[in-house]
Structure formats: C-alpha cells, structure tokens
Design a protein around this ligand. Structure first.
Ligand SMILES: [Zn+2]
Length: 368
C-alpha cells in the first residue's frame, strides 16, 4: 500500500529479501516504474459494523455497553438516561454533545493497524448504508410497520394472518412492478417472516437488501394512504411520517450525484433525524404498551452519525455502501457450495479464475 501511494516499486521484499534479477518484481525494482504515473490514494474504509471492530480493533462497538467509538452513547439501562442511545430528544440526549473527533480518539488511547495509512482517520472509517438501513433498521421498520397496518385493518378484517400477508405481498409485488421496481414473489411473506408472536417484529434475513429497499418505498407509500384516511390516529400518523422520512432520504441520494447540493444534503439530514425521532417515539410508545414493536438497535444510533456526515461532507452515502462487495462474496459462495469441503480452499481460486477467463473470452468474441 505504501508503495502504491508513492507510485514507485519496492526495491526489496517485505522481509528485506532481494528479488531475483530476471523476475517481474526484480525488473520493477530496477525501473521503479509502477503503473506509469498513477498513484493510489486512501479515500475511505468500507465495511459493516462487525468488520470495523475486527479489523480496527475498536474497543467500543455494538456488543459493548458503550456502543460507539465516535461518541459516549451507551446501551446499558443503568447508565444515565442522557447517555442512552435510544434517546433522540435534543433537549435531554447528552450523548449528542460528546462527539469524539480523530485527535481526541487518539488522545484517549484509540488506535488501529490502519494508522500508518496516510489519510486514515476515525471519520474516514465510514459506515455502510446497505447494512445499516436495508439489512438493519429497514427490516425492523418493515416488520413492525406491516404488523401495525394489519392491526389497523388497512388490508381488511381477515383474522387469518398468513392469508393477509400473502395478500399484502401480492399488492407489494404489483405496486412495485407497476413502477418498474421488480420484486420477486418468493420468499413468501408469512407471519414467521416478520417475527411471529414471541419476538420483536423484523423482516426475515431471507429477504435481500435490494428487495428491502423496494419494500421500504412501498411501505412509505402505503402508510401515507392509511394515514390520510385515519387523521385522528396519532400512532399511524407518526408511523407514516417515520416511513416517509426514511424513504425521502433514500430517494434524494438515489437521484443525487456523488456530492449532494447544499439543499439536498440539508434535506437528507433533516429527513433522517425526523425518521430517528419518530421511530424512537414509536418504540417508546409500544414499550409502554408492552408490545414487541419498533425495536431500537445500535444501527439507529449509527444512522445519527451518518446524518451528521451527510450534512457536513455532503457526500452521497452510496459511495460508502458495500452492495458490490457483498454481491462478489455471493458469487464466491456459489462457487464454494459446488466444491468438496476438503479441496474447497484451492478449488475456489481455480474455478473463480476459470469463470473470469470464460467471461473475458466471451467478451473478446463479441468485440471481434
Ligand atoms: Zn456514537
């Protein structure tokens, strides 16, 4: 990495060993030319929350009482209410005043193996929008939202929940397809797909991130309809605002460039904050009612940091998401599933290279 940023080939190997004179690396060591005049630069570190912890060794992450290395928010109930990450009330959420910047992080004893990389800071270790929203808070919003809409009789008074859910899925697929957003009919939406009766409502992990994204659009659209015909229902009104705010933030970024305009960034920030405050209200309301709806997760807290970044940097969060990387891992998994366990580690590379070679050959034939 160091030599890639300098644009010069190394003269010796990692352990100071000399290269064979006629080898490729030996020739590069003499000419020093590495990728002509191109040089690599560090821009950001992309990963989900678990990988951030494992690679950087952050002491404070979502499985600890102090859940975040960028502020003093905590998840244990014995800590002061102002430090509770579930608290999004600007008048009492003291953790919002405890933001930790990079120099403070280092001064407090924070470190990472990536510290030697020029440009690496705590802030450039970015958060993944796909894991946080589509595989995180979006799944909770959908599960709880669908249950709320069903209980309010939006899809009719059918007492058989699995039948209602198959009707909901049919509507979802039809509405999404009408707007050019293909949504598969499988996996089938059943009561167990949204958490059942014994746990918090949450969409099953069988649904892919891109499908959750389309379902969030549909949920925002459907909840608006329900709220318009139930003006006195404050839970439904709050839920519709919550779903709309998240969808608005997603669509601004989908339609925006890599760097958002001042107005776009400001609207993204305020939509996301509105989503978090309304969701927090719904969580608190249902907790008092002893209902397992609208679970608050550390990912909601991370979304607050992403909202601040959106406002400050104005960089579209799609730059930092891991859709392509996860898709690549899926392809490797498909190859791996067809290999024998004993020889898998070698065969994966062989078969992957074979797939790449076939793709290149196919491309060559089309071009010529
Ligand atoms: Zn934090």
């Amino acid at each position: 990495m160091k030599h890639a940023t300098m644009g010069e080939a190394p003269a010796v190997g990692f352990e100071n060993e000399a290269f064979a004179e006629k080898s490729f690396r030996g020739k590069l060591a003499v000419s020093k030319a590495l990728a002509k005049n191109w040089r690599a630069c560090y821009f950001s570190f992309k990963a989900d929350l678990k990988a951030r912890h494992e690679i950087h060794g952050f002491k404070n992450w979502y499985q600890c009482a102090q859940i975040c290395e960028s502020c003093m928010a905590r998840k244990d109930v014995r800590s002061p209410p102002g430090l509770n990450f579930r608290n999004f009330d600007p008048n009492s959420a003291a953790w919002m005043e405890t933001m930790i910047d990079h120099p403070t992080f280092i001064a407090m004893g924070g470190s990472s193996p990536w510290q030697c990389m020029e440009g690496w800071t705590l802030a450039t270790t970015t958060w993944d929008w796909m894991h946080n929203v589509y595989l995180g808070v979006g799944r909770d919003l959908l599960g709880s939202g669908l249950r709320l809409l069903i209980e309010r009789g939006v899809f009719g008074p059918n007492p058989r929940l699995n039948e209602v859910l198959s009707e909901v899925q049919a509507q979802m697929v039809r509405d999404c397809r009408q707007r050019g957003l293909p949504l598969p009919k499988k996996p089938a939406l059943a009561w167990t797909s949204i958490g059942g009766d014994d746990d918090y409502c949450e969409m099953s992990s069988k649904f892919k991130a891109v499908h959750i994204k389309r379902m969030v659009w549909w949920l925002a659209f459907k909840s608006q309809e329900a709220a318009d015909s139930n003006m006195d229902d404050r839970v439904l009104q709050t839920f519709a605002t919550c779903a709309y705010a998240l969808q608005r933030c997603i669509e601004i970024q989908d339609g925006g460039g890599l760097v958002l305009s001042l107005e776009e960034a400001e609207e993204c920030y305020s939509s996301l904050i509105l989503h978090l405050r309304t969701y927090s209200w719904l969580a608190s309301f249902h907790w008092e009612e002893r209902r397992l709806l609208f679970r608050m997760r550390p990912k909601h807290h991370i979304l607050y940091h992403q909202a601040l970044q959106l406002k400050e940097w104005r960089i579209n969060q799609s730059v930092f998401h891991c859709f392509d990387q996860e898709s690549f891992l899926g392809k490797i998994k498909n190859i791996c599933q067809k290999c024998h366990g004993r020889s898998a580690t070698r065969q994966i590379y062989n078969r992957y290279l074979l797939c790449v070679a076939m793709m290149l050959e196919q491309h060559r034939r089309i071009v010529s």
